[in-house]
Ligand binder design. Structure first.
Ligand code: HEM
Ligand code: HEM
Length: 164
């Protein structure tokens, strides 16, 4: 559904808030692994790992809730048509990578919950989210900069300022 000229202020705020929370999870997620492993072995953990481990739990659940809000908003107000007149494969690639982001954003916290309460193999599966997110974010950032700086079609600008 392509019904708007740009993203709304709420869509933009959610994009950057979710991006910041996901980066936090990727940077500090290993503390959760330390906490889970220590609990299995009956070992103590540092206060820092304990705090970052419980932050991981709540930040992860916040990502899940915010992504659900974002998808509802997307259903309600639609998404803008591509900013530029890129080739067909670029449109397909953008569509596929955004879809993959939503799959990861929903599946990672859901599998995280299973990892927390059921242990392995969910823990191992959940940990795969790290390389998957890193590759996808790298491609996404390069694509955004390529659109904005090379094609100059305003793609990044419209994720920074809302449509009038
Ligand atoms: C977008 C949300 C999330 C991201 C990006 C994320 C990412 C990560 C990362 C990078 C690790 C460390 C993996 C490693 O040590 O190599 C991890 C571990 C873990 N996370 Fe998450 N996480 C998210 C949400 C959640 C949620 C909501 C929960 C639970 C309520 C959770 C529970 C766990 C557990 C239990 C581990 C330890 C897994 C193990 O080693 O057995 N995560 N997560
Ligand atoms: C964890 C980090 C990130 C995630 C999960 C993420 C996710 C997404 C998703 C799912 C969309 C599609 C929105 C929709 O149409 O529903 C999107 C769009 C966009 N993102 Fe990100 N993003 C992240 C980081 C970034 C960064 C760092 C940049 C800037 C360099 C960026 C720039 C953009 C731009 C410009 C768009 C709009 C694309 C268009 O209009 O077709 N994103 N992002």
């Amino acid at each position: 559904m392509e019904t708007r000229h740009g993203y709304s202020i709420f869509q933009i705020a959610l994009h950057w808030l979710i991006a910041a929370l996901v980066l936090f999870q990727l940077f500090f997620g290993e503390s959760m692994t330390v906490v889970v492993d220590a609990a299995e072995d009956g070992q103590p953990v540092s206060a820092t790992d304990q705090a970052l481990g419980s932050a991981h739990y709540w930040v992860g659940l916040s990502v899940l809730a915010l992504v659900l809000v974002r998808l509802l908003l997307r259903l309600a107000s639609g998404v803008p048509a591509p900013a530029g007149h890129g080739s067909r494969w670029m449109r397909v690639a953008a569509h596929a990578s955004h879809g993959l982001f939503y799959v990861l954003l929903l599946a990672t916290p859901a599998i995280g919950l299973l990892a927390f309460y059921q242990g392995d193999p969910w823990g191992d599966i959940h940990s795969l989210a790290k390389p998957a997110f890193i590759v996808l974010i790298a491609v996404h950032v390069v694509a955004a900069l390529y659109h904005q700086l090379w094609l100059r079609d305003g793609t990044l600008k419209r994720m920074l300022s809302p449509a009038g």
